[in-house]
Design a protein around this ligand. Structure first.
Ligand code: ATP
Ligand code: MG
Length: 613
């Protein structure tokens, strides 16, 4: 009950739209800490109270010793019973209650929730990152950064508030009490404090630096390992075992380098701290006894000063590691920030939604070369009429998939515009754009989820009948019915393995087709959608696809030219530019690139005809 109340103080998984985090560390941390600010105010308050209780407990011990030594054993309770009871209540009741409140706020309120809130907001922001962002990085590395920096940010926020305040109050009040007993007593303490701060100043920035480097090394190493696991079949097929080992060993060696350095610093630091602590305790004890012998201090005060000095040395270790840890976390947060706060390369410029009435597509003078200075697509113009079925043909690397990706706005064009029904796709929301286009991509990777979830991915609310109907139209139902995965889930419930590895290439394509059929968008794009199917299944699907295409605008890409020969118009691309266009028969008659490609696929049949002509 009580736990639940504290756990629910802040909802970590709120629906709030994720925004780009700021790019300075302080603002970055505040960005994530803000929902928890009131809890932090609470824990700061409890930390102060706890520190005060602890320090005054030592002072009480000293005072009670003095009182006990002054009054006789019989009179003590009569004279000082009240003070004793107050101290005992403070220690046995108020102190535990305060720490309970502190823990409830910190452990129940902040710990789990804040880390998860950061991951949730960060992950949703990452999902909005452009394809080029992920093309430029390891997926494993991005994931590690997300997980790590959540901890980094949380720990930084907690330590900056609670730890520093607690230690400050502790030291401040200790100093005050020493001073109240005898100003001279503060001398060892002040000297110690100076030495302690200097130590922190020398060591901590180095520790922080090495932590940041290490955190980078760790993400890099995870990235390399995950990359190998994801591409395990390539690793096996090319028996690159030793090379792969070397790649990982190199990553691990790099990381070890920073681990060694960190551990050396740790040893040096620990020795330094022990030395200055020893000197401080010895100084306080010696000075206290000296002051007592000269009559300036009571024996109770000496006991108080010595025990507190011992306690301070204990704290100083704890505090130092916490500070080192704090800087490690700052390093992690800093390092994560560089990834998590990257601006979105492709952004919604307005909240306008794309309205597709007819489905006309226009590429207007489009230029794009993946951020390089030339090549790929230059000044490309093409208009696809509403309902027109266009086939894109061209050599591998001609830029076909790139054009499709631009139409889907997976990248922003560098020059020119792409219009759908007269609306610039850069001026409408990406969601509305992509909702209007059904795509089967060239490399159909499925999600490691059930077949049902994969098919319904574009229309989660679809009914069971709709899903089955779509699967049937894609000629996928027969094999789906037979499926069973390791955990005994069957049919639509069977899971397909990471990226769909448990299905054959052709089965995967059919699931992808079913997904598009179910989505039923007004514009369709098929990028080698049937390339992995045998001719028989392809022919069977072709009929269904014609029905699906109906009035829709369609762009289909295929190397197997028979797949698209029947389209209204064929566009032949070479090096990002249109070199030929027309119907199949017109292009054959024309005798250019298309004719020669066709020629080769149809086994010279056309060539003889041409030769005859
Ligand atoms: P295929 O028939 O083999 O699928 P394609 O016509 O679809 O070829 P694209 O995938 O559009 O070819 O690639 C066109 C060019 O763009 C290629 O030279 C490729 O190297 C380059 N390219 C593709 N993706 C990227 C990327 N993310 N970053 C940089 N260059 C890229
Ligand atoms: Mg392609």
């Amino acid at each position: 009950m009580v736990f639940r109340w504290f756990e629910n103080l802040v909802d970590p998984l709120s629906d709030e739209a994720p925004s780009r985090p700021p790019q300075t560390l302080r603002a970055f941390i505040w960005h994530y800490a803000k929902p928890f600010r009131w809890i932090f105010v609470g824990t700061i308050t409890t930390s102060i109270i706890i520190a005060l209780i602890e320090v005054f407990a030592f002072e009480r011990i000293g005072t009670l010793i003095d009182l006990a030594s002054q009054s006789g054993t019989q009179d003590f309770f009569g004279e000082h019973g009240g003070k004793l009871v107050l101290t005992l209540v403070m220690l046995a009741l108020v102190w535990p209650l305060m720490t309970l409140l502190d823990d409830l706020l910190l452990l129940q309120g902040v710990m789990g929730n804040m880390a998860m809130a950061i991951r949730w907001r960060g992950h949703r922001y990452m999902l909005r990152q452009s394809s080029s962002f992920f093309a430029d990085d390891f997926a494993g590395r991005v994931a590690t950064k997300l997980m790590q920096s959540a901890l980094g940010v949380r720990e930084t926020a907690i330590k900056m508030t609670n730890l520093l305040v607690w230690a400050g109050v502790y030291f401040g009040s200790a100093l005050f009490l020493f001073f109240a007993n005898d100003p001279l007593l503060t001398l060892p303490l002040l000297l110690w404090f100076g030495a302690y701060l200097t130590t922190i100043k020398i060591f901590v920035p180095r520790l922080a630096k090495i932590s940041e480097i290490q955190s980078e090394h760790r993400s890099m190493l995870t990235g390399r390992i995950v990359d190998a696991y994801t591409n395990i079949s390539t690793v096996k097929l090319f028996s690159t075992g030793p090379a792969e080992d070397a790649y990982a060993r190199d990553g691990m060696r790099t990381m070890l380098g920073s681990v060694y350095q960190q551990m050396r610093l740790a040893t040096l630091l620990s020795t330094t701290i022990h030395t200055i602590n020893g000197v401080m305790i010895a100084g306080t004890l010696g000075l206290g006894i000296f002051l007592w012998s000269s009559g300036a201090l009571t024996i109770g005060a000496v006991a108080f000063a010595a025990t507190l000095a011992l306690r301070l040395q204990g704290i100083s270790h704890f505090f130092l590691w916490e500070i080192a840890n704090l800087f490690e976390n700052i390093g992690m947060a800093q390092n994560g920030m560089e990834t998590l706060a990257k601006p979105l390369a492709v952004q919604d410029r307005s909240q306008e939604r794309l309205q597709v009435q007819e489905g006309a597509i226009t590429f207007d003078d489009v230029t794009f070369h993946y951020g390089k200075d030339k090549g790929i697509i230059d000044d490309f113009s093409l208009t696809v009429q509403p309902g027109e079925k266009v086939g894109l043909v061209g050599r591998s690397g001609a830029g076909k998939s790139t054009l499709v990706n631009l139409l889907l706005r997976l990248h922003d064009v560098e020059k020119g515009r792409i219009l759908i029904d007269g609306q610039d796709i850069a001026q409408v929301t990406q969601d509305s754009l992509r909702a209007s286009i059904g795509v089967v991509t060239q490399d159909t990777a499925l999600m490691h989820r059930s077949i049902r979830e994969n098919i319904a991915y574009g229309r989660p609310e679809a009914s069971e009948e709709d899903i089955i109907a779509a699967a049937k139209k894609a000629e996928a139902w027969a094999f789906i019915e037979e499926l069973e995965d390791k955990k005994g889930r069957r049919g639509l419930d069977a899971h397909v393995g990471e990226r769909g590895v448990k299905l054959s290439g052709g089965q995967r394509q059919r699931v992808a087709l079913a997904r598009v059929i179910l989505k039923d968008a007004p514009i369709l794009i098929f990028d080698e959608a049937t390339s992995a199917l045998d001719s028989e299944v392809e022919a069977a699907i072709q009929g269904r696809l014609d029905e699906l295409m109906g009035e829709k605008t369609v762009i289909a890409i295929a190397h197997r030219l028979s797949t698209i020969a029947a389209m209204d118009r064929l566009i032949v691309l070479d090096q990002g530019a249109i070199v030929e266009e027309g119907t199949h028969s017109a292009l054959i008659t024309h005798g250019g690139l298309y004719a020669s490609l066709w020629d080769r696929q149809s086994g010279g049949f056309i060539a003889t005809k041409e030769d005859a002509a």
